[in-house]
Design a protein around this ligand. Structure first.
Ligand code: ADP
Ligand code: ASP
Ligand code: MG
Length: 857
């Protein structure tokens, strides 16, 4: 049983460990516990190693000792001799810092030496007699050809042949042992008689997983259990993609591929020792042992090809080598690869052309630093022209039978279309497909890529045997209490409203006003318009007009709604798309600012715009947003004038005596990156410089609202700061914006009542009286809306439901795989964040009639 850094850092976790080990003992197993250093301690020790002043090193050692003293105090234990010795040794190392690699390895080994000493004391003091074992007596590193001193000492590999003698020795000594992850003993070097081995070596960062596997193989264990802070291996890093699904089981090869390509939950080297002895490996959450976790073993499962995971690795360096000799020169590859060998660097991806070879260096396999790279580049320059491209990131999709899934990857490829791709590589084992892109874009891409894989059916998440619940489904309720949402406090009132009638939309005007004020105070806008398509309820329009906002409309119907609801002095914009000529004419006659977004009106409607001021919507050539259906830029989207027609438009407008007083761009909805609007702003400003009549720049809306608990909201201060910078450069233009969703989404909830329940195989359906006719976003955009059982708000979420509506469509699903309390007919269910694009997109389909709307002021 291996426990990672967070699992050994606090008393409650140690209490869990005690219980878990005891339960394995009760099953009759003998247990070897492998521990990491307390979280942060390896980093602190590495930091100590870089300090050149002795007193600073001593101070660091003291701080490290204090962490252990604090935990001991929590455990109500006196300092055991075993730990005292370690602390004393660490002080000695800090006092006499030689700085060499062997010393660094010794210093860093202390993290695990200390945590294991502490653990032995705690377990023994609490009734579980535990023997402390020095991992260096059991695990011996092998010396490999081409290893340099650095990899030999800091990233060693251990011989994991079964060792029956060690197994017998331990069996005679006791039933429960605790030992260190991350460290081993240096072996004898067969090629160097002067090196007798025996020094302390490290197994590379995150290497405690590997220690557990080595022990598992050497002792031929029943199984290896990796206990960490998540319930298994997920389809993507769950901290970045809360919708990632738990992988219930994997074979060694697939798990290996996922670990190698970036899933930090397992060290890439920890699976290969287990293959030959066929020892299964289980990943479990120390804090939630009840969850099943992921099982990795030798069994191959018959199943349709599917992508199992998407992972990313940062810190990738590309080395591009251009042959200066003749084409197809014999031995060119041998020459360049020899240089990598000389510098002890392992090559990961390879792409080749007639005169060029580009390879990637992976930081998890290489101990890269700028000295090593510079030396490599100098040596390579002797045989070719070299270019080093860094920092890059590799994005990898993993799944057996990758080549048969290409047709499902269209939308995924489209995501990459927006970025520079340096390299594409398809592994020869048909298990992965990798894209190398600039490092800074990769975090933003991951959630969307994951969503696209699911939607395109490339990740076949309908296979419930393989794909477990989502991360947020498991942890969502724990990680994101809703104490900020207005409806938490208004629960009683909402229950009452739903009891009277359902389904019902309820809008909270206070929240809408508060969002409007936040935008007006935090963003340096000259004018703010509300895009009323998001929700055109008259009370909402009145409230926002009172707050000083203008209103942006896209149809004559919306203009009429505005005219009958708010004072005529409220500024209005009309931004239609592919509308008939009469729409423009009527709006201009009513004195509304009109935005055009194509050449056609200027070309064909000769007198319509004569003498009028107009605004022009430009397609900046790219889109952004939470789903491809809401991206409104690029050739595949119908919005905006393409840039290459800008000159023609200006020319026609001049001929028609229409003045272009504003430029507009809107790239899409649900954007959560703070820098997005400043980029649009700067681009529009530089275009405006070519058109002297321009007075304002309208940078659209698209301000996103988090849908998932735990997702970070948009940082308005950062948006404002970025905009202010651009404004300083282009002070002569007014800045306009037109958000919709941001103002109203979180102010609205949809209330529904449970109608029926149904079980089908392992699936449980929870029927409610609201459906896709009321809220189409889940069906149309795969939008995720939080669903809460208000009647049983404080009961534990022990059931997993597919929440469905009453419409005769399979797509009438409001939420899948939702953890909720056991629910019953008549319960009131709340669907959150539905104030935007809820009721306005409803349809008469099936003639169930619309939901009622209630305003809370
Ligand atoms: P430990 O300290 O227990 O060894 P790690 O931090 O090394 O734990 O590994 C667990 C972490 O791995 C998770 O908290 C998660 O942030 C990260 N991780 C990255 N990719 C994945 C993935 N695909 N599935 C699960 N966890 C992942
Ligand atoms: N303590 C080591 C590290 O932080 C090894 C591990 O935790 O797996 O890298
Ligand atoms: Mg780890």
């Amino acid at each position: 049983m291996k426990f990672g850094g967070t699992s050994v850092a606090t008393l409650p976790r140690w209490q869990n460990i005690l219980e878990l080990v005891a339960s394995r003992r009760a099953e009759g197993a003998r247990v070897l516990v492998v521990v990491s250093a307390l979280t942060g301690i390896t980093d602190a020790l590495k930091q100590l190693c870089t300090q050149t002043a002795t007193d600073l090193r001593l101070l660091s050692a003291q701080a490290i000792a204090r962490r252990h003293h604090d935990l001991l105090a929590d455990m109500q234990l006196d300092l055991p001799d075993t730990l005292a010795t370690r602390l004393h040794d660490l002080d000695g190392l800090a006092a006499h810092g030689t700085g060499d690699l062997a010393w660094q390895a010794q210093v860093q080994a202390h993290g695990e030496l200390m945590s294991s000493a502490l653990g032995a004391a705690f377990l023994s003091a609490n009734g579980l007699t535990t023997e402390w074992l020095d991992a260096r007596e059991c695990l011996e590193a092998v010396t490999l050809p081409n290893q340099n001193e650095r990899t030999r000492l800091l990233s060693a590999i251990v011989d994991s042949q079964p060792d029956p003698a060690l197994a017998a020795h331990l069996a005679a000594r006791g039933d429960v042992f605790i030992t260190q992850g991350f460290i081993a003993r240096e072996g004898v070097d067969p090629d160097d008689a002067s090196n007798k081995g025996g020094r302390t070596v490290l197994l590379g960062r995150g290497g405690s997983d590997t220690s557990a596997s080595y022990f598992g193989a050497v002792l031929k264990a029943l199984r290896v259990e990796i206990w960490t802070d998540v319930a298994g291996m997920f389809t993507a890093n769950p901290r970045q993609v809360p919708g990632a699904r738990l992988l219930r089981r994997l074979d060694y090869e697939e798990a290996q591929e996922i670990a190698t390509t970036g899933a930090k939950v397992l060290h890439p080297r920890c699976l290969s020792p287990l293959r030959l002895p066929r020892v299964p490996l289980l990943i479990k959450d120390t804090n939630r042992p009840d969850l099943a976790g992921t099982r990795i073993g030798p069994e191959l499962r018959e199943e349709a090809p599917s992508i199992k995971a998407i992972s990313t690795r940062k810190g990738i360096t590309l080395v591009s080598m251009e042959s200066v000799g003749m084409w197809q020169q014999v031995g060119f590859l041998a020459d360049v690869f020899n240089q990598f060998k000389q510098h002890g660097l392992s090559v990961d991806l390879i792409g080749s052309a007639e005169t060029n070879v580009t390879v990637s260096l992976d930081p998890t396999e290489n101990l890269l630093d700028s000295d090593v790279l510079a030396a490599l580049a100098t040596d390579l320059a002797k045989v070719c022209r070299v270019k080093v491209i860094a920092p890059c990131a590799a994005v990898t999709m993993v799944g057996r039978g990758m080549r048969s899934m290409l047709h499902r990857l269209n939308p995924v490829m489209a995501e990459f279309g927006q970025h520079r791709v340096h390299m594409i590589s398809q592994s020869s084992n048909n298990l992965n497909l990798t894209f190398v892109v600039d490092e800074n874009v990769v975090d933003g891409m991951l959630p969307q890529l994951h969503e696209q894989l699911v939607r395109a059916g490339a990740m076949r998440t309908d296979d419930a045997d393989l794909f477990g619940p989502t991360w947020e489904g498991i942890y969502g309720a724990e990680t994101a209490p809703h104490d900020e949402a207005w409806w938490i406090n208004d629960r009683a009132k909402l229950m009452q409203l739903a009891e009277q009638h359902s389904p019902r939309y309820v809008y909270h005007l206070g929240t809408i006003r508060e969002r409007a004020r936040a935008l007006l105070t935090k963003l340096p806008v000259d004018r703010l318009f509300y895009a009323i398509k998001a929700n055109s309820h008259p009370a909402i329009l009145r409230a926002l007009a009172e707050e000083g906002l203008g209103l942006e409309c896209v149809s004559p119907g919306e203009l009429a709604r505005v005219a009958e609801t708010v004072p005529a002095s409220t500024p209005r914009l009309f931004t239609p798309n592919f509308a008939p000529r009469s729409d423009y004419r009527d709006a201009l006659e009513a004195g509304v600012m009109v935005t055009l977004d194509s050449l056609h009106p200027m070309e064909h409607w000769v007198e319509t715009f004569d003498g009028h001021d107009i605004s022009l919507r430009i397609d900046l050539g790219r889109g952004s947003g939470h789903h491809d259906k809401v991206r409104t830029g690029g050739s595949t989207s119908k919005f905006g004038l393409p840039l290459d027609q800008l000159d023609a438009f200006v020319h026609l407008a001049t001929a028609r005596h229409a003045r272009i007083v504003g430029l507009h761009a809107h790239l899409g909805s649900g954007v959560l990156e703070a820098g997005h609007w400043a980029e649009v702003y700067a681009q529009l400003a530089s275009l405006a410089e070519r058109i002297p009549s321009v007075e304002f720049l309208n940078i659209g809306g698209g301000l996103g609202v988090p849908s998932h608990p735990g997702e970070q909201p948009l940082d308005l201060d950062a948006v404002g700061a970025a905009l202010a910078e651009v404004k300083q450069l282009y002070p002569r233009y007014q800045l306009w914006m037109e958000p919709g969703r941001f103002l109203v989404a979180e102010a609205g909830v949809l209330l529904a009542k449970v109608t029926q329940l149904k079980g089908k195989g392992s699936w449980r359906y929870l029927g409610v009286d609201a459906g896709m006719h009321n809220l189409i976003r889940p069906a149309l955009y795969d939008a995720w809306h939080e669903i809460v059982n208000l009647t049983r708000f404080n009961e534990p979420a022990t059931a997993m439901y597919q929440v469905v509506g009453p419409i005769c469509e399979s797509g009438d699903v409001l939420g899948s795989d939702r953890r909720l309390p056991e629910s019953h007919e008549g319960d009131v269910v709340l669907i959150a964040t539905t104030g935007a694009y809820g009721q306005v997109m409803s349809s008469p389909y099936n003639l169930r009639g619309p939901a009622e709307e209630i305003i809370l002021d």
